[in-house]
Structure formats: C-alpha cells, structure tokens
Design a protein around this ligand. Structure first.
Ligand SMILES: Nc1ncnc2c1ncn2[C@@H]1O[C@H](COP(=O)(O)OP(=O)(O)O)[C@@H](O)[C@H]1O
Ligand SMILES: [Mg+2]
Length: 345
C-alpha cells in the first residue's frame, strides 16, 4: 500500500512523573498525490507528529508506514537513508545557513550524500528555478525576503526528490502575497505524486488542502471552569487518597491539611490562610491526595486546573509551586462563589 499509513500512534514526553501525550491514538492514511493539512493551536502536537514522521523522534506506541517502510523499526543506516532520501522536511524557521548562497544551501544535502560538486550545483540551480528563484541563485539568506527564504528551504527539502514532504508552519511570518507563492508550490509538490503533510495554525492555508486533520489538544483535561467554594468550619474540601485535579487558593479563612496515621490519629501537616494555596501535588504529578483538606473557620476557596492556576498566579514556575512559595496577597475574591458541593457551571 503506497502512501502514508499511521495507526494507533501515541507520542509521549515524560520528565519525572509528569507525562505529556500530545498525540494519542492517531489513525490517518494519506495516498500519494494528496496534501493533508494538520491544523491546530500551538502546543497541540503538530511538530511532535512531524518529527515522528520524519524519523527524528520515536513514538511511544502505534505504527507509521510509508510506501511499505515501517518507519518506527528503522535502525542506523536504513534510518539515515529514510531521513535523507524518502522524506523532505521544510522547517518552521527556514534553517538556512546564513553564510551560504541560495545554491549552496540547496546543495548541502546533496554534498552530504557524496554527490559531486558540479552535479549538486546543477541540481540546486534547477530546483531554485522550479521554485521561482532563478534570479536569486547567489543571494545569501539575509538578502532574500521571508517568502524567498522559505522557497529556498522548500528547494532544499526537494534535493533528493523525496516522495514524502513535511512542512512545519511554512507560512509563519509571511505576508499574503508570499503565502500565495508557497501555497502554489506545495500544491504542485502533491500534484507531482508526492504525499505532502503541512502543519499549520494559519487558516489562510485551508483552501489548499485535500484533507484537513484537526489535532485537538488531547491528553489534557477539557476546559474546566474554576470551582468556587464557600465552606464552614469542619467542612472537607478533599480527602486523603482521592484523585485530585484542582489546586486551591484560599481567599478568606483558613484550611488545615491533615494526614491520617496508622493508629487512627491525625497529623496536621499545614495550615493555609488567605493568600496561599494548597493541593498542588496531586494535579501536577497525578498522585492521590496525600492529606485531607478541612476548613478550620468559615472560608472561601477556589479550585483551579494547573493551567488556570498558573495563569491566575502570573505563571510561577513548577519549581516555585512545588516549593510552596507564598503568593502575593490577593485583594479580590472571585465572583459567583457557591456552597460546597454545589456544581459551578
Ligand atoms: N522535547 C519535549 N519535551 C517535553 N515536552 C515537549 C517537548 N516538545 C514538545 N513538548 C510538548 O508537547 C506538546 C506538543 O508540542 P508541539 O508538538 O511543539 O506542538 P505544536 O507544534 O502543535 O505547537 C506541548 O505540550 C509541548 O509542551
Ligand atoms: Mg510546532
């Protein structure tokens, strides 16, 4: 089966106990001659997916096949050959070498593959003509517009005439006229029988696609509104051992964190007053609650997802959060506080 076939693909990054899974169980087949747009906001996993397709990054599970090549199983020499001859990558930031002319930049992958200098030069010139840069052969990147630089990058990706072309945000920083030129080029690559995958969050590219694959930010919880709670003395906010996905800020009153001990006694591990937060470990590390949170007075608290919490706090680093640095005093209570147990919408 020719073309690109992705089955059950899952890609994870892990650092310590914290796992990000931008691609989770993706299935996709793209025949030769088709141009697919990977569309989605920043952070949804577009570059990650392209890196796996390019053989630069290993997937956690699932498979990627291109023209009968099982990309995930390639090793050493075969992987080098795949990266060089089968797949052409157009990077987001052009990645051109500033000290080299357009021709020399396009010739780099050919020279790396031991093509003779004269053949590499001839091929590079032909490619630059194809992308409309016949009159810019000896210009260096600094002397080219953004759109022209991107076209040099496309020519370079085509050096080995790869059947699979991947482009990561190829129109970032380009104006409308320049975008038109790039679109036409990408379209022509597919028309010539290549499989072309373009990652973008640029909606100007929509008309270009044979197919659009929307990458939603997966693995993260759905947007969840903050949970405002008004509690009385003795009310429980969460219990030890429960899973937890919210970090709480105390706006008014005091909350104690108590840990149950084997002999049925309790240990007060912390008392948290207004302007401080608690409950950060469970949501950040996916651990169960290590203590029970109980109000010692009438109190007002709000639970946030880690992402909203960071926004609320002006983005303290994870390290600051875990050390538990005290927050700036908060001068405003959140609107719409409700009774404990009440679902906020
Ligand atoms: N090397 C890495 N280590 C850990 N996490 C990463 C790494 N690269 C990307 N991520 C995370 O993976 C997610 C997807 O990133 P990315 O593929 O760059 O998205 P996009 O290209 O759609 O903007 C993001 O949450 C990002 O923070
Ligand atoms: Mg990206």
């Amino acid at each position: 089966m020719n073309g690109l076939h992705i089955a059950g693909l899952t890609i994870e990054y892990s650092s310590g106990d914290y796992v990000v899974r931008p691609i989770d169980g993706l299935n996709l087949s793209v025949p030769p001659g088709e141009l697919v747009l990977l569309l989605g906001p920043s952070g949804c996993g577009k570059t990650t997916l392209l890196s796996v397709l390019a053989g630069i990054l290993k997937a956690h599970s699932g498979s990627v096949r291109f023209n009968e090549i099982n990309v995930g199983a390639l090793k050493e020499r075969a992987l080098t050959d795949y990266r060089r001859a089968t797949v052409g990558v157009v990077f987001q930031a052009f990645n051109l070498i500033p000290s080299l002319t357009a021709v020399e930049n396009v010739a780099v992958p050919l020279l790396a593959a031991k093509v003779s200098t004269s053949k590499a030069r001839a091929r590079a010139e032909a490619l630059l003509r194809e992308v409309g840069l016949a009159d810019r052969l000896t210009h260096k990147p600094a002397g080219l517009s953004g759109g022209q630089q991107q076209r040099v990058a496309i020519a370079r990706a085509l050096a080995h005439d790869p059947p699979l072309v991947l482009a990561d945000e190829p129109t970032a920083h380009l104006d409308y006229i320049q975008v038109e030129g790039i679109l036409r080029l990408l379209r022509e690559l597919a028309a010539a029988g290549r499989t072309v995958i373009v990652a973008t969050h640029d909606e100007r590219l929509l008309p270009l696609a044979d197919r659009i694959v929307e990458l939603a930010p997966k693995g993260m919880s759905k947007p969840r509104p903050p949970e405002h709670l008004v509690v009385g003395r003795g009310d429980i906010i969460f219990r030890q051992g429960e899973p937890g996905d919210l970090i709480f800020i105390v706006w008014r009153g005091e909350v104690e964190l108590v840990r149950a001990r084997g002999d049925n006694s309790e240990l007060v591990v912390d008392r948290v007053g207004a302007g401080r937060y608690f409950g950060e470990l469970a949501p950040i590390f996916g651990l169960p609650r290590s203590a029970t949170a109980r109000a010692t007075t009438d109190a007002v608290v709000t639970g946030y997802t880690p992402k909203d919490f960071r926004r609320q706090m002006g983005s303290p680093s994870m390290a600051d959060m875990i050390i538990g640095a005290d927050l700036q005093p908060l001068d405003q209570e959140p609107p719409g506080a409700g009774r404990i147990g009440q679902e906020s919408s």
